[in-house]
Write a protein that binds this ligand. Structure first.
Ligand code: TMP
Ligand code: ASP
Length: 234
């Protein structure tokens, strides 16, 4: 591997300058954090698993017409991607109640949502990534209303594509988080799609197969990630 210049190191990924100005290398780490970094640990081979799963899902999404930053996988934990100017919003799409929606509503975990729920969170570690409504997004000038509408529609479209993808592999996509950015005037899906950023349950047993195993000390974390990878690749 040629020497790469580190641009930014996050909780789960390192971002390096690309061979071209409009490209980056994203290296997926085995480090895991939860609850805004308060809980820390490692998940064996998570970086390899998440790079591979993300590459596969971004490829399927591109084929389905969802433009995204993925260019190619360059080694077992590194993806070459287009460089984006990120929008500091997390777009969460939910098909069933879990996590913070369960806490916010009191609805039972696993309750099926008739229409998927789309939420926006402010990507801001100091504030703990708070939930925002559309007026908050405007007050903070994070994205104009028409872009917010496009982000929500893209979230719903990604949900259609990857829910079907996971369903064909006996996994229920409970919810997930997306991030978007701009490249040469184009709005592209960025970041990653992996068991770190999705809740995935086994269709038959409803066993949790994602980062909730780490968040909630359920055990079998690395094994669950490997099983999701095996199913995603089939
Ligand atoms: P939540 O129920 O905790 O709000 O999470 C919703 C979805 O977003 C879930 O699939 C996990 C994902 N997520 C992230 O990818 N990063 C985060 O920092 C958080 C809080 C959630
Ligand atoms: N990734 C987030 C953190 O470290 C939260 C999470 O995924 O639960 O804080």
């Amino acid at each position: 591997m040629t020497e790469r210049r580190l641009l930014y190191e996050g909780k789960a990924k390192k971002v390096f300058l690309g061979d071209r100005e409009d490209e980056l290398f994203v290296e997926f780490k085995d480090d895991a954090t939860a609850f805004n970094g308060q809980k820390r640990g490692q998940i064996a081979e998570k970086g390899v698993v998440n790079a591979r799963i993300s590459a596969r899902l971004f490829t399927s999404l591109a084929a389905a017409g969802v433009a995204n930053h993925f260019l190619e996988q360059v080694d077992d934990r590194t993806l070459k991607v287009r460089r984006l100017t990120m929008i500091p919003l997390e777009v969460v799409v939910r098909n069933r109640v879990a996590g913070s929606l369960q806490q916010r509503t009191g609805l039972a975990e696993g309750t099926i949502l008739e229409r998927p729920v789309v939420e926006l969170y402010y990507k801001n570690d100091a504030l703990g990534d708070p939930l925002l409504n559309d007026d908050h997004v405007q007050a903070l000038r994070l994205a104009p209303p028409e872009v917010v509408e496009r982000l929500k529609a893209l979230g719903r479209r990604v949900n259609e594509v990857i829910s079907a993808y996971f369903d064909a592999r006996d996994l229920i996509l409970v919810d997930f988080k997306l991030e978007f950015g701009w490249a040469q005037g184009e709005l592209l899906l960025g970041d990653e799609i992996s068991p770190d950023t999705c809740r995935l349950w086994d269709k038959a047993s409803l066993t949790k197969m994602d980062k909730d195993r780490f968040r909630r000390d359920l055990g079998g974390v690395a094994e669950a990630y490997q099983e999701v990878l095996a199913r995603v690749l089939r």
